[in-house]
Design a protein around this ligand. Structure first.
Ligand code: PCD
Length: 787
């Protein structure tokens, strides 16, 4: 029996079945494709077959003549409305429909609106586009060659493919530390281009009501409020006349943060036809055009003393952002939070330099299960630490233990300036080693090696920076990253909480009710969570970068605390005592020293709506709100240990075990947290072993289906072994840190380190992800087995 079955729904924090699952498991969810409106039309996007070409002409006459087609929109139509280009979340521009050139395979060229989805798709074939092919830039490392074709010649004066140059840390000091170090290890590492690949693809239904001038857009959006504001700014529509609704979302993982051309086309389509227009992309479109992640080409370095005290880390990165810089991240940080690559260690110095480049590939990159490039950062440092252990010939677990930050060093300011809020790193690593039975595993490995078997043990220790973020440091397109929340207790003592963030499967309808429950002593079952509708909820920047709990969760906790304070005043009027004489215990205020004399939150709520005379200055009703501006990010951390067996004949890797100890501070719902970790571990195994968005030399995407772009299944995943430590965040009202991305961030390095540990007898130092059987086999070839 699970804890939930044993105890039922808890008051406040604890394992509790997800409230939203009642509709999901009965097939009663409402996803974009479930939205049906009277007279609704259907849109389809014509996409470029070429990665780089000049558009000579577009002939839409035959498509327009199709009996079921209502309109065909091209870049030229949009140009007339000033909408051919839209801003990205990184202050770049992106073509909604191509006007001059196409810049990646799959780019949006025209939009057909028809009476049904099939007719819209059929009519795409009737559009005749004449292209003049141009040489494509596919290799990010060659994008800066002086003779590379310039991709963004639409931008005035642009004569190369450089997007930005950005650095963090102290270069001079780092070089000095490296020059004086006994040991320096360097390595080229690629974090390949991968895709979030949520189960539900992206889509929108736009409905412009010509009579009221109100535009309602249902869309797969992780950030409905931010999208509404961007629509208002771009289309010049008054913001109060725009309503963005994100209904149930079948997974986001960062894929649903940006605004995509398809959404804008649906809006324009509705304006042009006067009817609601639905656009839903198919799987190939999702994989080939709407976002990607990573694509970081890194040259890492790590320096240490000869007895293994790590002194510094440095890295040079070429970041491939595709044809348009569509990354969503705080403006000040063009490479996101990559500079948390200092990891979990006490370093003297660190430096990174990141150059963003355009290539003829799909635009991005989104932070797929990654708080703004934290994933790349963790992979870099954890591979470098393993390479150092190899160089020093010491155990990678021991090397980490020796260098981890100690609990008394927190709050700790790292070499690139982040203030880590709290942690007990050695305890987490020790727990992971205990669960794994680390010394026995090493002994077993030794025995197997003697028999010629390839068993590997990989460790990764990570620190994330999540919960963006403090307004003074962080904004997206000028919008500060604070989030609002409103809590209202109805007369009968039931409550509603309105939040700005948007669940995509994380379980917010449950956990946010639990936060209110914890503060007010109302059962989570009696608290309704309203989200995903800009007309119904306060403003905020949305759900990504594991920010909902750190930011919005804090807003909810503070709003509920304010409700509790108001309830105190009402209770004092009811009990005819001074508020100072009242004490709180779960769900009621009572008179200090007289526990019988008290009023429950339900009684107080009714009184607050009654004829009871309230003290001067106290309004009736029982509600409160909060806009939460986080003082800092939260820094969850974890220790992961992976055990693999590699088949020396075929190169096939089997993940035998994966131990994950996570510390996300106070856990609101430990069952949901474990579910989050399970999902992330599977994603990590996928990236480490099987996923890459590959392209040929002409820029043709080689991964447009799930036959080529592989998702991990239960066959490739072991039964996860989880552990937890709890180090509360000192600055968060309930001590919680984010966790949604932790396992995706932490696990790839553990798996890769394990595979390379297995290949150690072959003297293989490094191989890039994905470690497919072919990649492993290639890495071993020609190398004698050294036992
Ligand atoms: N929690 C608890 N406790 C703690 C923390 C947390 O309980 N301490 C829980 C909460 O409440 C929720 C969850 O858990 O429910 C999560 O959280 P967070 O961490 O805060 O996060 P969010 O914000 O909410 O979310 C987000 C994330 C992300 S970011 C991602 S990728 C992914 C994750 O989330 N996605 C997803 N997970 C998931 N799941 C699902 N189911 N689906 C999805 O889609 Mo990005 O940036 O977007 O890339």
């Amino acid at each position: 029996m699970t804890a939930v079955e044993e105890h039922g729904a808890p008051m406040g924090f604890g394992p509790m079945h997800r409230k939203e699952d009642a509709r999901f498991i009965r097939g009663r969810g409402t996803y974009i494709d479930d939205v049906q409106l009277p007279g609704m039309l259907h849109g389809a996007v014509l996409r470029s077959p070429l990665a780089h070409a000049r558009i000579v002409s577009i002939d839409t006459r035959a498509a327009e003549a199709h009996p079921k087609v209502r309109a065909v929109i091209t870049g030229q139509t949009l140009d007339g409305l000033g909408l051919a280009w839209m801003p990205t979340l990184s202050y770049d521009t992106q073509a909604v429909l191509a006007t001059d050139k196409v810049r990646f395979q799959g780019q949006e060229v025209a939009f057909v609106i028809a009476e049904d989805r099939y007719a819209a798709r059929d009519a795409l074939a009737l559009i005749d586009v004449e292209y003049e092919p141009l040489p494509a830039v596919v290799d990010a490392l060659k994008a800066l060659d002086p003779d590379a074709p310039v991709i963004r010649d639409d931008k005035d004066g642009k004569s190369d493919n450089r997007i930005f140059d950005w650095e963090s840390g102290d270069k001079a000091r780092t070089d000095e530390v490296f020059a004086q170090a006994d040991v320096v290890v360097e390595q080229d590492l690629l974090y390949p281009r991968v895709h979030p690949a949520p189960l539900e693809t992206c889509g929108a239904v736009a409905d412009m009501n010509p009579a009221t001038g109100k535009l309602t857009v249902w869309e797969t959006s992780q950030a409905p409020h931010a999208h509404r504001t961007v629509y208002a700014m771009v289309a010049g529509l008054p913001e109060q006349k725009i309503r963005v609704i994100s209904p149930d979302i079948g997974g986001g993982f960062g894929n649903k943060v940006p605004i995509y051309p398809g959404y804008v086309c649906a809006v324009v389509g509705s304006i042009v036809t006067g009817k609601p227009v639905k656009w839903v992309e198919d799987r190939a479109e999702n994989l080939m055009s709407t976002s990607f992640a990573r694509d970081y080409h890194m040259r890492g370095g790590i320096a240490s003393t000869k007895d293994g005290k790590i002194l510094g880390v440095r890295v040079e990165v070429i970041a491939d952002h595709g044809a348009f810089n569509g990354t969503a991240q705080p403006t000040k940080f063009p490479a996101g939070f990559f500079h948390v690559f200092t990891g979990s260690y006490d370093l003297r110095a660190a430096h990174c330099h990141v150059t963003g480049v355009y290539t003829n590939k799909a635009p991005g990159g989104v932070a797929y299960a990654c708080s703004f490039r934290v994933t790349e950062a963790v992979y870099l440092v954890e591979r470098m630490v393993d390479l150092l252990a190899r160089e020093l010939d010491v155990d990678p677990g021991e090397l980490r233990m020796k260098n981890l930050l100690r609990p008394e060093q927190f709050p700790y300011t790292c070499a690139t300036g982040w203030e880590y809020d709290s942690g007990d790193y050695p305890a987490a690593l020790q727990l992971a080693m205990d669960i794994a039975g680390y010394p026995e595993l090493r002994a077993e490995q030794q025995r197997r090696r003697e028999r010629g078997e390839l068993m590997g043990i990989g460790i990764s220790f990570f620190t994330e920076a999540v919960g963006a973020g403090p307004r003074k440091h962080m904004d997206i397109l000028g919008l500060g990253m604070a989030d609002g929340a409103e809590v209202r207790v109805h007369p009968t003592g039931k409550a509603v909480v309105r939040i700005s963030v948007q669940t995509q499967g994380q379980g917010h309808e449950t956990t946010f009710a639990q936060i209110v429950s914890d503060q007010l002593g109302i059962s989570p079952d009696d608290i309704e969570v309203v989200h995903g509708d800009t007309d119904q909820t306060p403003f905020g920047l949305g759900t990504y970068g594991s920010r909902s709990t750190p930011v919005s969760g804090a807003a909810v906790a503070v709003a509920a605390q304010r409700v509790r304070e108001r309830a105190k005043v009402v209770a004092s009027a009811m009990l005819e005592v001074s508020p100072d004489d009242l004490e709180w215990e779960s769900g009621r205020w009572f008179v200090r020293g007289d526990p019988e004399a008290g009023r429950t939150i339900g009684e107080i709520a009714l009184a607050a709506h009654s004829t009871l005379e309230l003290p001067e200055g106290v309004e009736g009703h029982l509600d409160a709100s909060c806009v939460y501006n986080p003082p800092n990010l939260t820094f969850p951390f974890g220790a992961y240990i992976c055990v693999v067996d590699v088949d020396g004949e075929t190169g096939k890797v089997a993940v035998r075990r994966l131990v994950a100890v996570d510390d996300c501070g106070v856990r609101i719902n430990p069952m949901i947290v474990e579910g989050q970790v399970h999902g992330g571990l599977a994603e990590g195994v996928g990236m480490a072993l099987m996923q890459v968005m590959a392209f040929d030399e002409e820029g043709n995407n080689l991964g447009g289906s799930f036959m080529d772009y592989l998702l991990p299944t239960s066959v490739e995943c072991p039964s996860w072994e989880l552990g937890a430590t709890v180090t509360p965040s000192p600055h968060h009202p309930i001590g919680a840190k984010g966790v949604g991305e932790s396992a995706t961030v932490g696990s790839p390095a553990a798996v890769v380190n394990a595979v390379l540990d297995a290949l150690k007898p072959y003297g293989v130092r490094h191989a890039d992800m994905p470690l497919t059987p072919a990649a492993v086999w290639r890495a071993m070839q020609g190398r004698p087995l050294r036992t």
